[in-house]
Design a protein around this ligand. Structure first.
Ligand SMILES: NC(=O)c1ccc[n+]([C@@H]2O[C@H](COP(=O)([O-])OP(=O)(O)OC[C@H]3O[C@@H](n4cnc5c(N)ncnc54)[C@H](O)[C@@H]3O)[C@@H](O)[C@H]2O)c1
Length: 403
């Protein structure tokens, strides 16, 4: 049973990589022509963006109109760890008015000042449709989700937000002919997936709610692309590190928390074992890869790509931090009583093969372990210094008022 399911998954996945060879549907024919055109334009459209600034803003021609303009993008879940950075980048490319940020939480003042922000619950199809129509949206970046650790504790909500919410966005993309980018995750793999250098196409039997919902979405996106011609794009992100935005409840969150604890307290109680190797990436690389993928002018050979940068264990990360903070110490859980996130981490790959993303849209990371650790520490040390300065100023003000 496992073998036949896996074989059929592999076979259908293989077919996705062969649309240039034998295709029949109108979308596939369109895709074949577009892909042929892309292969000649790839050199100047993508590889230039791999090392420095993002690609220049594209002019967008929707439905054969003679007027060109920038695409108008709706970003869901934009107040999360990844959304605000992506919104900022897209606004610098396309103009603030062309990027509509959304979430179900109140945005901070400074976020509201930088461009349109609307309430959008991904469970409410008609409210979402109204936003698409009112704002004349062309592309959706769908970031709303419950991450691995949170999903495991809230199964019903994870099924709703991650699957029904995604289905709403996919349906909107179909009805209104939108491009849709919705990230997947290393969590879509499972314990029977080969752990090292895990390729795009392999055994996928996730055993977490997060992974199951994300694999479901990958397959639904591929189905909508084949059946209805929806321009569905997705990348399997590794754990993302950022100093400015807090992580949203994933299993890789330790790799962010450790820096805050190292700088503020000199010690960290890690919830994973010291030798748990997981793929990771610095936030700006994630944004760069996402923008390169999202803006690629034509549909790519695959709907879903692995995206990778570095892989490390808590012990290796600790050693790198100790180069700057030699007194930093770390402790690990008792092996007999592991944290519930250990089982999740153990079901994920240790390293990813992302060679197809590198080949097909020019993906290349800028941050390795060393420059990422240095930057995280610099940023958090600057935050702590600013907090101290503000606290001292507030104390002085209180003292002068009391006098
Ligand atoms: N951060 C990572 O390390 C990582 C790794 C792999 C994949 N991803 C994927 O990237 C995407 C963004 O992740 P993130 O880290 O920014 O997540 P996050 O948890 O930080 O943010 C998710 C956002 O979704 C919003 N949201 C929740 N329910 C909603 C609803 N019903 N309607 C609208 N919005 C709702 C939340 O308010 C939150 O702001 C997700 O799809 C996630 O699965 C993230």
């Amino acid at each position: 049973m496992l073998r036949s399911t896996t074989t059929s998954l592999l076979a259908s996945a293989k077919m996705l990589r062969q649309p240039l060879a034998s295709t029949t549907t109108p979308f596939q024919a369109r895709f074949r022509n577009a892909a042929a055109a892309a292969s000649t334009s790839r050199l100047f459209s993508i590889s230039a963006s791999a090392s420095s600034p993002p690609p220049p803003p594209q002019h967008y021609n929707n439905n054969g109109s003679t007027k060109t303009r920038h695409p108008r993008v709706l970003v869901t879940g934009s107040l999360g760890q990844l959304g605000s950075g992506l919104v900022k980048e897209l606004r610098s490319m396309y103009g603030a008015e062309n990027v509509v940020a959304s979430d179900i939480r109140k945005a901070p003042e400074e976020f509201m000042a930088n461009g349109p922000f609307v309430y959008a619950d991904v469970m409410n199809y008609s409210a979402l449709e109204r936003i698409v129509v009112d704002w004349r949206i062309d592309w959706i970046v769908h970031y709303s989700a419950l991450l691995s650790a949170v999903a495991e504790k809230n199964m019903a909500m994870a099924l709703s937000v991650n699957m029904a919410g995604f289905q709403n966005m996919l349906e909107l993309a179909k009805v209104h002919r939108l491009r849709i980018y919705s990230p997947s995750t290393i969590g879509a793999f499972g314990p029977s997936t080969p752990k090292d250098n895990t390729p795009d196409l392999t055994i996928m039997r996730p055993n977490t709610i997060y992974g199951i919902t994300k694999l479901h979405n990958e397959l639904m996106g591929e189905y909508y692309r084949e059946k209805f011609g929806v321009d569905f794009r997705s990348a399997r992100y590794p754990g993302i590190l950022s100093a400015d935005t807090p992580p949203g409840g994933g299993t890789t969150d330790y790799a962010v928390d450790i820096f805050h604890h190292a700088v503020r307290h000199g010690h960290y109680d890690c919830f994973l074992s010291k030798d748990t190797r997981l793929p990771m990436m610095y936030l700006s690389d994630c944004i760069k890869g996402t923008v390169e993928h999202l803006t690629y002018p034509t549909p790519l050979p695959q709907s879903v790509y692995n995206l990778a940068a570095v892989s490390f264990t808590p012990e290796e990360l600790t050693k790198e931090i100790q180069k700057y903070l030699p007194h930093f110490t770390i402790s690990y859980p008792d092996e007999a009583r592991p944290d519930f996130r250990q089982a999740i981490a153990d079901s994920w790959p240790a390293t990813l093969d992302d060679s197809m993303a590198r080949k097909d849209f020019g993906w290349k990371e800028e941050f390795g372990m060393e420059n990422m650790v240095k930057l995280m520490l610099d940023k958090i040390q600057a935050q702590v210094a600013a907090e101290k300065k503000n606290a001292t100023a507030a104390e002085a003000k209180n003292a002068s008022m009391a006098a």
